[in-house]
Design a protein around this ligand. Structure first.
Ligand SMILES: Nc1ncnc2c1ncn2[C@@H]1O[C@H](COP(=O)(O)OP(=O)(O)OP(=O)(O)O)[C@@H](O)[C@H]1O
Ligand SMILES: [Mg+2]
Length: 394
């Protein structure tokens, strides 16, 4: 049985950690072996449970485990080989060692390692459910785009280099005065590439979904809408929206009545915007939901009888169907308009740009040989038609 993986994301401070922790507490209570893990550098997951969370999973209640990935330490372990090479290059170029250290710390490296740890946990066989407390939206999107982007980069740069380097290593080292990477460096790069591919498959595959947390405020909802578009672009499946901090109705004072009215209006918009997705609600409580009990109660009230582990029905954001003359690739891009979307073919890749986000989509083998015949954006769906020329002539 595949592991049920649920990622929580949303704007800063809306209640991602609370929702992730609450969902995990509820799942554990219902009998599932559950891990809740944070990819966020802020260590708030431990605070929510009122325990110090460690680098290894810690059990905080029956079947409920919490983990805080310490990316820095893992970074040193997995990246050491590649970094070692880069350091030797910079050293021979006369860069002083401290500056060189700083230069070789890749931006985004911590996030990569959080992802690798997530994969380790999902494939470990220890868990039925893995809940991920993500960093705020922008970082999460960068994180989720990373496996594919980095993979494509590594294939290009290191794939070509390896062939050339192997043949020319002795000559180049002498001529350039720069050490050429050993095979072990390339092995390390390849391993990382494979691992990242697995992460991508795991998070866009069956059993994995993303949940958007928001508060009923116009600005927050606007960001959630953009996230839905971008997550779909990257092939991740969003399975619900959790509207948090809803002011309870009642009470006489005008301040509260004002908020209740304004939130009601925004909640209506949320339901319309995200039609087709469940919208769960949780009340703004009188105190912080902290500790296993309070978190489980928070989640139980929010899901209101729905199974928090339910998986969405229907297709994921990307589908390929055969047509009479070829095939059609469909990518759901909710809310996207024609002018927002740009499409280009680059060898075996389709480059899809939506606003400031870009996906380098490696075309499935079946489509690679065929030309793009047409593309359009309609009702939040990008349709790309491929024409199978050879077969037509047969
Ligand atoms: N429904 C609620 N009622 C009362 N307090 C809440 C509610 N939801 C969250 N909080 C509190 O609000 C604060 C922020 O929530 P939380 O840490 O879950 O947000 P976050 O989205 O993870 O924030 P960050 O972006 O900083 O990671 C916490 O102190 C939390 O206990
Ligand atoms: Mg948080």
């Amino acid at each position: 049985m595949s592991v049920r993986t649920i990622l929580f994301t949303g704007k800063g401070g809306v209640g991602k950690t609370t929702s992730a922790a609450g969902t995990a507490a509820l799942a554990a209570r219902e009998g599932h072996r559950t891990l809740v893990v944070s990819t966020d550098a802020a260590h708030s997951l431990g605070d929510a449970f009122g325990v110090p969370a460690g680098e290894e999973p810690v059990e905080v209640a029956p079947r409920l485990w919490v983990q805080q990935v310490d990316a820095q330490r893992r970074f040193e372990r997995s990246w050491a080989e590649i970094q070692g090479y880069l350091l030797s290059v910079l050293d021979s170029a006369g860069v002083d060692p401290i500056t060189a250290e700083e230069l070789t710390v890749l931006p985004g490296a911590e996030e990569v390692l959080a992802l690798l740890e997530l994969r380790t946990q999902v494939v470990s066989g220890r868990w039925d459910v893995v809940v991920v407390d993500c960093a705020p939206t922008a970082e999460t999107l960068r994180l989720l785009a990373l496996p594919e982007a980095l993979g494509s980069y590594m294939t290009r740069v290191f794939g070509v280099q390896r062939r050339v380097v192997r043949a020319l290593r002795p000559v180049l080292t002498r001529a350039a005065g720069v050490p050429m990477p050993e095979d072990s460096v390339f092995d390390a790069v390849e391993r990382l590439h494979r691992d990242l591919e697995e992460v991508q498959q795991l998070l866009s595959g069956p059993g994995a979904t993303v949940r958007l947390v928001l508060t009923p405020e116009t600005v927050v909802v606007a960001e959630a809408r953009r996230s839905l578009t971008t997550l779909s672009l990257y092939g991740y499946r969003v399975d619900g929206v959790l509207a948090n901090r809803v002011f309870p109705e009642g009470g006489g004072d005008p301040w509260r009545a004002g908020w209740v009215a304004s939130q009601r209006q925004v909640l209506d918009e949320v339901r319309q915007s995200f039609a087709g997705l469940p919208v769960w609600r949780s009340a703004y409580s009188a105190g912080e939901p902290v500790g296993v009990e309070a978190l489980a109660d928070f989640a139980r009230a929010a899901y209101d009888g729905h199974d928090p582990l339910d998986e969405p029905e229907g297709d994921g954001p990307m589908t390929i169907t055969r047509t009479r003359a070829g095939a059609e690739l469909r990518i759901a891009l909710p809310f996207a308009q024609r002018d927002d979307v740009d499409l280009a073919r680059h060898g075996d890749e389709l480059v899809v740009t939506v606003g400031s986000h870009r996906r380098l989509l490696a075309l499935p083998a079946a489509l690679r040989r065929h030309a793009v015949a047409a593309a359009r954006v309609e009702d939040g769906v990008l349709r790309v038609r491929f024409r199978f020329e050879q077969e037509e002539q047969v």
